[in-house]
Design a protein. Structure first.
Length: 251
């Protein structure tokens, strides 16, 4: 019998990490600004989430937008990698592409080396930059030589359920690398994702937090076009529990 796929939940707070832990998650991915696709969290936030007890994979992404990073951004992210590892992260989630859509192996290797500089065992995940690469399967095939732990992918599709064929091909193309399905995952998608041979499934399990009025609302940037939309996301414990049940049933 194959081992059960692990469940990873994307969280933005200690409360989210508790909801993940209490409802069956195996680990969390920590970021801020989930509504922007995720950005690097502060050292204090990493410490607080690590204290909740689950292994914490920290997203290191210095800005929203594309994954083509210049030298200054890579230097910044290498420093962020060292910072989050020192703050208690079990691993980091990184990625970079070249202007022609290939994996930026030099930048990825530099970030991975920064993670390992602590001298303790750490995990290194390639994030969904792989899904914006020119050839996600060929990109995944490069990861064993870089020594990466896993890759988070939707198979190059808008949602993982639409990229099943590519996800299965990535499992075959990257021996020794854990392929983790993520991106628009719904509970109903989990059996098919498990059947594709993934080592883990990643969900944000997010719900929009109710707004706490503190006075007159005015727009403060790209957060939303109305008071109802200008909120943040929190972790929905019922979705986490449902994902755990679906994964357990799929084994």
């Amino acid at each position: 019998m194959s081992p059960r796929p692990a469940l990873e939940i994307a969280v933005t707070s200690p409360a989210g990490a508790r909801a993940a832990r209490e409802n069956g998650a195996d680990r969390v991915e920590l970021c801020t600004a989930l509504e922007l696709g995720g950005l690097t969290p502060s050292a204090a936030l990493v410490e607080a989430v690590a204290a909740e007890g689950l292994p914490v994979q920290v997203l290191v992404r210095c800005r929203p937008g594309d994954f083509v990073h210049d030298a200054e951004e890579v230097t910044l992210m290498a420093a962020e990698v060292r910072s989050v590892i020192a703050s208690g992260a079990s691993g980091v989630v990184i990625g970079a592409l070249t202007a022609d859509g290939a994996l930026d192996t030099e930048a990825v290797a530099r970030l991975a080396d920064a993670a390992r500089a602590s001298g303790r065992p750490v995990e290194v995940t390639l994030h969904r930059a792989v899904d914006q690469s020119a050839d996600p399967v060929a990109t995944a095939a490069l990861l064993p030589s870089l020594g990466l732990t896993r890759v988070l992918t939707s198979g190059g599709a808008p949602a993982a359920a639409e990229g099943l064929h590519a996800i299965a091909a990535m499992v075959a193309a990257a021996p020794g690398v854990e392929v983790m399905a993520g991106g628009g995952v719904r509970l109903a998608d989990i059996p098919a994702l498990a059947a594709a041979g993934v080592a883990s499934v990643h969900l944000s399990a997010k719900a929009r937090a109710p707004r706490r009025p503190g006075g007159t609302w005015v727009p403060m940037g790209a957060g939303g076009t109305s008071a109802a939309q200008d909120t943040h996301f929190v972790t929905d414990p019922e979705v986490v529990a449902g994902a755990r049940r679906a994964l357990d049933a799929a084994v």
